[in-house]
Design a protein around this ligand. Sequence first.
Ligand code: SAH
Length: 473
Amino acid sequence: MGFYPVFLKLDALPCTVVGGGAVAARKVAGLLAAGAVVDVIAPQLHPTLAALRDGGQIRWRAGRFPEEDPGRPYLVIAATDDAAINRALSEHCRSQGIPINVVDEPALCTFILPAVVDRTPVQIAISSAGASPILARRIKARIETLLPARTGALARFAQGWRERVRERITDPVGRRQFWEGVLDGPVAERVLDGREGEADTLLQNALAGNPPPRGEVYLVGAGPGDPDLLTFRALRLMQLADVVLYDRLVTPPILDLVRKEAERIYVGKARSHHAVPQEEINARLINLAQQGKRVLRLKGGDPFIFGRGGEEIDQLAAHGIPFQVVPGITAASGCAAYAGIPLTHRDHAHSCVFVTGHPQQTALGVDWATLTQPMQTVVIYMGLQGLAGICDALMQHGLPAHHPAAVIQQGSTPAQRVVVSDLAHLAEAVKAAGLKAPTLVIVGEVVRLRERLGWFGLENQSENAFTAPGGNP
Ligand code: SAH
């Protein structure tokens, strides 16, 4: 037989917890959060409970059941480690018609406490009727990942507007449609993004008959390749999009997580073709959003790190298109973690710089001297093509030929490969290994730690030229 799920209003009602340990303390906390007036029956109190007693938040009745009688509270929770007391208390409460919960003893309970996903005022209670509390907790964890952290704020926002909307839209069907539009659209997105002020304005306008344009752009960082490295927010917006514009760095398993119905538009470089020019991408983003679409601009790594995200939002803002930016794990963090290279290990690096090694950019002038500072890690994006020149320049500006360096191909994906060498031999080793873009170059003493830590992370084979200086891998 299943349980009858209810949410109890405990505001100012007397509730009794029998037991004074850590478990009892957790139950007391839950009751207090619901506004109950709590009595604790126990010979001694856990420090947390003692503090509550001292603060006047609970009443302590020193002693044990049955000498201390719970009286007629609204409900009782038994959290003692004495099985006989728990059983006697259960019998007593049942005979008196007082709801009783005995922790971890479903057979002695007339009510049970669910696992709760708490987005107050939204609460989701999960129960397996005591069959498997661990399963219930697992389910809870999954739901936690689905619900934005600010779901409670959204409920409060809706509550704040409820009366005014009811006055304004008297037809119940129209009102339902209005709220659906609010909760599925830009207003809710603003609230979830912590921009309540903007949301208020949009809702105000909508009530005055000017609904906000639905179209918006989500500029989302997809991380370095492993779908497990997406943020919750990235995933949520990926599930919401009508159309996605993505480029070469977005891996197929990540693209698979975009809403199935969403139109997919590739804007990266195809083999032997040029990438779609940035101006054209900007124009498409604006155009699609103006058609009322939710446009997902999905980018590898982080949108603001060598991602031209800044240029895109510049154009969006100029055209009054609402947008959100979601950070992603940049290649430097992702590749370093998956290759076992702690970028700022404090014995070897006090700073870490990210630079572009794109030949067009380096041709414009790079301050090589700042890149050869001691105790510094240098991470070079887009450095494959100009690798030999980069290594030469670093050596010319003072780094020793044996300075450690690594190149990581397709970091965080199953195709990850790592070549470790030194500045004098890196380009040669990378060529010999046949590494392909995308690759990330890491230069610095911290590279040595990979070997010292015995790291053989994702790659099947460690291509390590470092142990045999001068030799090919
Ligand atoms: N916005 C991205 C960087 C875009 S520039 C980010 O934050 O990561 C493109 C360069 O990023 C590539 O040339 C390569 O140097 C690097 N890169 C991105 N993903 C990578 C990966 N999985 N493995 C290795 N390098 C990567």
